[in-house]
Design a protein around this ligand. Structure first.
Ligand SMILES: Nc1ncnc2c1ncn2[C@@H]1O[C@H](COP(=O)(O)OP(=O)(O)OP(=O)(O)O)[C@@H](O)[C@H]1O
Ligand SMILES: [Mg+2]
Length: 220
């Protein structure tokens, strides 16, 4: 849908690029151009635009990020994001695209404002099991008790060894450390509280800006 022209590419990749020189706050123009270039098939339409622009504004650190009112609890830039809702609306695709854009920005000007590691809860469980079997593995759940983190598919994972909710533990520790966590999930906050316990449910409001994303699936 969006095809960047040569001038835009030259401007962005020029070593003396004036855009994005600001190490403090990434400009929306700089972010937007990179996003368009690297996610050309990602469509923004009247159905999803309010949510997408709210999330962009959040990552750009704009105080008015909830102008469209899509966050129903108290909006705050210091909290993370919990985006839940229908299947196939683009939750994972959007966060993956922001993750990629953030990675490019780090590579270009060392600005880590939009940088966060990503992992799905199912993959985390797999790594957790692998680490128990392989002494050479460097995976530790504690490695995720710092920095920002994007967790995809919360609630899709099994309990470890059918008894241990390692993702619940991770959320608890990340809340304790006041760390920014970004979550995408099909589970609503009540279902998250029911699964991981009311001690987690009780922390969701202060840990996350909560966004419900409804819509038609893009999957055909
Ligand atoms: N805005 C969009 N424009 C074009 N294609 C999109 C858009 N959003 C999602 N898609 C496509 O739709 C499919 C589903 O998207 P995605 O996996 O991001 O949905 P999801 O909300 O994470 O779904 P689930 O809840 O099942 O995990 C993907 O193939 C993706 O490329
Ligand atoms: Mg998804």
């Amino acid at each position: 849908m969006i095809s960047p022209n040569k001038e835009v590419l030259q401007e962005i990749y020029s070593p003396i690029n004036p855009i994005g020189r600001n190490q403090n706050l990434i400009s929306k123009q700089f972010f937007w151009k990179l996003f368009q270039i690297h996610s050309p098939g990602f469509k923004i339409n009247p159905e999803n635009e309010k949510i997408i622009y709210t999330i962009f504004r959040y990552f750009l650190g704009q105080a008015n990020f909830n102008e469209f009112g899509v966050i129903k609890n108290k909006p705050c830039l210091e909290k993370g994001l919990l985006v839940y809702g229908d299947y196939g609306v683009g939750k994972s695709t959007l966060f993956d695209a922001i993750h990629e854009t953030g990675k490019i920005i780090v590579g270009k000007n060392q600005n880590t404002q939009l940088w966060f590691p990503r992992i799905s809860t199912v993959h985390m469980l797999t790594k957790y099991y692998e680490a128990k079997k392989d002494p050479a593995s460097n995976f530790k759940l504690e490695n995720y008790y710092r920095g920002k983190l994007y967790l995809d598919d919360l609630g899709k994972e099994d309990k470890a060894y059918n008894r241990e909710e390692i993702i619940g533990k991770l959320l608890f520790e990340r809340h304790r450390g006041r760390l920014k966590t970004f979550v995408t999930t099909n589970e609503n906050p009540s279902a998250i509280a029911a699964r991981y316990g009311s001690h987690i449910g009780d922390r969701l409001l202060e840990m996350f800006n909560i966004i419900k994303w409804e819509g038609k699936s893009w999957r055909e």
